[in-house]
Design a protein around this ligand. Structure first.
Ligand SMILES: C[S@@+](CC[C@H](N)C(=O)[O-])C[C@H]1O[C@@H](n2cnc3c(N)ncnc32)[C@H](O)[C@@H]1O
Length: 374
């Protein structure tokens, strides 16, 4: 692992990034460590004048879902470098078990934050699913939302502004979210392949966006998500299909052969070298088959790549998404140079970037699914 102070590039990253005072678990996680917080629990209701402060929650700091409980400690400044490693001039996570292959540096922050805005415009809201219905304010009930693989945490921050009385948790293996979250947000170090510290049935809404490269066995994650959710709680998954498409269904290999080839190489290398399958379109079935969820509802969205759409809003979306595709292709170099397509990596990347400007009808599918805990 490279010491961060040795590299001017990485110094710049730390100065320009919003590396955060995250919390991490204090000890090996066992649960339940304490009495589970119950909805409609009279013990959570006494003495709270929650309406006097927009960010005041009904949460009891003395439960294991609290960021001030003894279950967590703050990540100190000198621990930060240990979460990162440098390769080829880019910064990656240093977690031993996560297969996640993309960098986590300033360029990736730009991509994550940019996509957060674009996806809100594409979907027309911060999330699919009956979120408002679920997070409705009810006296004496603390609503809790958990975001898996939160990254720069922009989704959580948007939601926390919109729902100031709801308590939000964002977990990741690298501390790249803001240093100064609002009081209803906790960013936390956690590997989503491990059991969570939160009590069973204590979360109202689990949100997962673009985590399909963070975990090899997406289906294996579902029992733990189900354990965390209260009955009727909501799970929302959002994943990109790693296959470009033409809006009219015509053959991508004819209209955008370089883009098709680039994504083929990405899928092959992720599967062969990292054991990461292409999963986006299978998540509804995984949810059904798990037996833990009901009301499984899926909806794919078409995101244009490039400024070709006749609708002005979608044309602007496509223009901005083109920049995201370019950042993605450049970040994917780290994957491609490690596999059977290594010799062609730069040609594939450049071909994908070139076509993103000039193929009318080109886009990507964004799969969203929502389901309720049985
Ligand atoms: C593509 S980014 C998505 C970030 C965020 N969900 C968003 O949509 O903006 C994937 C994130 O998953 C994180 N990640 C990778 N492996 C993980 C793991 N095992 N547990 C938790 N987070 C992980 C990465 O560090 C990265 O921030």
């Amino acid at each position: 692992m490279t010491r961060l102070t040795a590299s001017p590039g990485l110094d710049l990253f730390f100065r320009s990034s919003s590396a955060s005072l995250f919390v991490r678990p204090q000890m090996a996680i066992e649960y339940p460590r304490r009495r589970p917080p119950l909805h409609n629990d009279p013990l959570d209701m006494d003495g709270h004048d929650a309406h006097s402060d927009p960010y005041q929650s009904d949460d009891d700091d003395d439960d294991s879902n609290s960021d001030t409980s003894d279950a967590v400690v703050e990540v100190s400044a000198d621990e930060f470098p240990g979460y990162f490693q440098e390769r080829g001039g880019r910064l990656f996570h240093s977690h031993g078990r996560s297969p996640y292959p993309l960098p986590v540096d300033a360029e990736e922050h730009q991509r994550q934050n940019g996509l957060n805005q674009l996806l809100r415009r594409l979907i027309g809201d911060s999330s699919v699913g009956p979120v408002r219905e679920l997070l409705v304010d009810a006296p004496g009930e603390q609503r809790r939302v958990l975001d898996l693989g939160t990254g720069t945490g922009e989704w959580v921050l948007d939601m926390a502004r919109e729902f100031p009385r709801v308590r939000f948790y964002g977990v990741d293996i690298v501390p790249i979210a803001t240093r100064y979250p609002p009081p209803n947000v906790t960013f936390e170090m956690h590997d989503i392949a491990e059991k969570f510290r939160y009590d069973s049935g204590s979360i109202d809404f689990v949100h997962a966006r673009s985590i399909s490269m963070a975990i090899r066995d997406y289906g294996g994650l579902l029992p733990e998500i189900a354990r965390l959710l209260r009955p009727g709680g909501l799970f929302v998954s959002n994943e990109w299909a790693r296959s470009p498409v033409m809006l009219d269904g015509s053959d991508i290999d004819i209209h955008a052969p370089s883009t098709a080839e680039f994504f083929r190489a990405v899928r092959d290398t992720l599967r062969e070298r990292r054991g990461i399958p292409t999963i986006a379109h299978k998540i509804p079935e995984l949810l059904q088959d798990s037996g833990h969820f009901t009301n499984v509802s899926s909806c794919p969205f078409f995101m244009p790549t490039g400024p070709w759409h006749e609708d002005p809003g979608l044309r602007e979306l496509g223009r901005e998404n083109r920049d995201m595709v370019e950042l993605y292709a450049r970040s994917m170099r780290a994957v491609l140079i490690d596999g059977p397509w290594a010799a062609q990596a730069d040609t594939l990347i450049q071909g994908c970037i070139n076509e993103s400007w000039r193929v009318p009808g080109l886009g990507l599918l964004y799969h969203t699914v929502h389901a309720r805990r049985r």
